[in-house]
Design a binder for this molecule. Structure first.
Ligand code: B12
Ligand code: SF4
Ligand code: SF4
Length: 321
């Protein structure tokens, strides 16, 4: 799926400023940095005239996989080979083709990591609409797709934005386990499980722990409930999953990390430092209330790392409650 947007300031600059002013970015300081380019891509590439935006589907089984007993859940995107380098390479191939075809053409690829509001340009490029859960949704692909773009120094005809099909639905807003949407299309990212279990370094705030449930890496709840994801996506543009979306909690929190590390190698989930995965697994053990985890939790209650020791004690108390 692809479309072209003009490289002008998106209409979302004010929404972005409000997001930062409200502190919804939590400890993701990088979101507050480079504000000019998040307001307008030309602060990142001054001669940009057009933005090619592409959506790469990773599909989604119609059935929602539920966590097995003693397992923690991972977001669907996280169990496939890491997309950052892969998608940037695909956009670079387009850049090289363009440079060969059009003398003087120049392009710069981005995927996820550059200070650009990717979804604003994806919306303007007609890839779909931004749902009330803030995710881009395509009428054929649903929302299980990732974005990558190419800023280009050529005037190219822009596509038209797609109509919004959320209507009166609000399933995602009601289903969010940590109540992270202050209103539709605005996420308080500091309450989102994907922030808590991937980005946050320290302890997960106590009031949000129960909501994290059995998610150990990312969260798909606001996509699982979306009616636009009910059907299998017609095409998959990303390599298949390497591991299941459930992993044994004891393995994640266990002392022998080498086995886990080799299973996760090359996947987005490998970006989470080992300590954070252990923290998440210990938390999920408490939320499972499964007494089989008591021994592991007792061992970690004396962990030299104060964050791990504290969450292990919290989970032990939950087992006994
Ligand atoms: C920081 C970040 C996060 C943060 C914050 C997410 C957020 N919603 O802001 C955290 C860690 C929580 C996160 C989680 C996830 N992320 Co993320 N994330 C990013 C990143 C790097 C920046 C996003 C950003 O700038 N946020 C700041 C806010 C201000 O931006 P925004 O939500 O786009 O804000 C818009 C709305 O507020 C909108 N708006 C406000 N009012 C209104 C009103 C109307 C009418 C409209 C239409 C719009 C509107 O205007 C803003 C600008 O578009 C992008 C990549 C990128 N560079 O863009 C990926 C990205 C958004 N993430 C992505 C994914 C896949 C996820 C997860 C699904 C991963 C998971 N399964 O765990 C979750 C989804 C959570 C959710 N409901 O959004 C994909 C989304 C693909 C898609 N189909 O939309 C992206 C685009 C990465 C990529 N290259 O593919 N993510
Ligand atoms: S990813 Fe999960 S926690 Fe984050 S907004 Fe969606 S449902 Fe809520
Ligand atoms: S669940 Fe409903 S409101 Fe939320 S994004 Fe999907 S269609 Fe829109």
């Amino acid at each position: 799926m692809a479309g072209i947007a003009a490289a002008t300031a998106p209409p979302d600059a004010a929404a972005y400023d409000a997001f930062i002013a409200a502190g919804y970015h939590g400890e993701m300081d990088y979101l507050a940095r480079n504000a000019p380019s998040r307001r307008d891509i030309r602060a990142w590439m001054p001669d940009a005239r057009a933005v090619l935006m592409c959506g790469f589907s990773y599909g989604g089984a119609p059935e929602t996989p539920r966590s097995k007993s003693g397992h923690g859940r991972l977001a669907r995107y996280a169990v496939r080979p890491d997309y950052h380098a892969l998608l940037r390479a695909r956009m670079n191939a387009v850049r090289d083709w363009l440079a060969a075809e059009v003398p003087g053409a120049r392009g710069v690829a981005f995927c996820d990591m550059s200070p650009i509001l990717e979804r604003s340009y994806a919306r303007a490029a007609g890839l779909g609409w931004q749902g009330k859960n803030t995710l881009m949704i395509g009428p054929r692909l649903g929302s299980y797709f990732l974005l990558a773009g190419l800023a280009i120094n050529l005037d190219l005809p822009a596509d038209s934005p797609a109509p919004d099909h959320c209507g009166s639905c609000r399933r995602c807003l009601d289903a969010c386990p940590t109540d992270a949407f202050p209103r539709e299309r605005v996420l308080n990212a500091s309450k989102c499980i994907a922030y808590l279990n991937i980005e946050l370094k320290g302890p997960i705030p106590e009031g949000l722990r129960a909501g994290v449930g059995d998610w150990v890496y990312g969260c798909d709840v606001c996509q699982e409930v979306c009616p636009w994801n009910r059907f299998e996506a017609p095409a998959r543009a990303l390599p298949p999953a390497k591991i299941p979306t459930e992993l044994p909690l004891e393995e994640l929190a266990g002392p022998g990390s080498a086995g886990v590390r080799s299973r996760l190698k090359g996947l987005p989930v490998a970006r989470a430092v080992r300590r954070r995965l252990t923290r998440n697994a210990l938390l999920a053990m408490g939320n499972s209330r499964d007494p089989r985890h008591r021994e592991t939790l007792e061992r970690h209650a004396a962990d030299p790392d104060p964050v791990l020791a504290e969450v292990a004690r919290w989970s032990l108390a939950r087992l006994s409650a």
